[in-house]
Structure formats: structure tokens, C-alpha cells
Design a protein around this ligand. Structure first.
Ligand code: MG
Length: 161
């Protein structure tokens, strides 16, 4: 199977998410422990998370489902409506995100819950854009939160060495 990292970086970009945005969210999650930390110092960890195949496949799945809902071509119109209004009780979007966090241990999981609640930076803008008509970021906001949380966890573990 191919390495889809660059493809995923392009998919994220196409959906309005840059590596810089994700590194900034990861920095936010580590800011209490490293006051002077720059987002640039997290970039390496973001790229490393994006190198994992399970992460790549989660991104491809998430972006595809958001785009499919937007296209109005889903077979199940109830599901399409749920995705388009980012129904709070849906929860499958978070479950896909846990799949990413699980690769990086408990710090990634708790960080994900935290940034999902706080809606920092790119997470907030994806979430609020997703509320505009015709745009669906139901899966993407969680995927981006999970990548940032995982990058923060990787950074924390490497720092502790
Ligand atoms: Mg969501």
C-alpha cells in the first residue's frame, strides 16, 4: 500500500486546514508545560503523526464522508441530514478520531477531549464553518483535533526522555 501522507496533506489543505494550523493547535495543548514553545517545534510531530497509515486512512475516510454529505448524493438521506447539521449526539466522528489518538496513548486521548471542548483555533473555525449552509466539517474537526492531540502527546513523550 502506498504512503498517502502527501495526499492527505493536500486533502486537508483543500478543506482549509494547513500543517501550520495543526501545529498551532498542538502547541496550544502543550502551552501549560512549555511556556515559550513555538508551533514550529511541533511541526515535526505533526508530520510524524501524518506518516502513519491508520491516520492517513482515517483522514481519507473523514474527508470523503464530509464531501459526500455536501454533495447531497448519500443513499441514506436521514444520515446525510444528520451529518449536514453536525448532530451533537451522532458521535461516530469522535470514534474515528479516537482511532488516531489510540496510537499515541492516554495523553492523546485526554488532549483530544480537551481541545474538542475548548474548540481552539482551527477546530473552532472548522466547527463554525460547518454550521454554514452547504458545508460539512462533521468528521474533519475531530480528525484535526486528534492529529493535534497526537502530535502533542508525541512531543510530551519525547521531551520526557
Ligand atoms: Mg465533529
Amino acid at each position: 500500500m502506498e504512503d498517502y501522507r502527501q495526499k492527505c496533506i493536500n486533502l486537508l489543505k483543500e478543506r482549509g486546514v494547513t500543517l501550520n494550523d495543526i501545529a498551532d493547535a498542538a502547541r496550544f495543548l502543550q502551552a501549560d508545560y512549555h511556556v515559550d514553545l513555538l508551533k514550529e517545534e511541533l511541526l515535526d510531530s505533526v508530520l510524524s503523526v501524518l506518516a502513519k497509515r491508520e491516520v492517513q486512512l482515517a483522514i481519507m475516510t473523514a474527508v470523503e464522508l464530509d464531501k459526500l454529505a455536501e454533495s447531497g448524493k448519500m443513499f441514506d438521506k436521514d444520515l446525510e441530514a444528520i451529518l449536514m447539521r453536525d448532530e451533537g449526539l451522532y458521535g461516530v466522528d469522535e470514534v474515528i478520531a479516537y482511532g488516531i489518538c489510540n496510537l499515541y496513548g492516554s495523553i492523546a486521548l485526554t488532549n483530544f477531549g480537551f481541545i474538542d471542548k475548548k474548540k481552539y483555533g482551527i477546530i473552532e473555525s472548522l466547527n463554525s464553518h460547518g454550521k454554514s449552509s452547504g458545508i460539512c466539517n462533521t468528521f474533519l474537526d475531530d480528525i484535526v483535533g486528534a492529529i493535534a492531540a497526537s502530535a502533542a502527546s508525541r512531543f510530551a513523550h519525547r521531551w520526557a526522555r
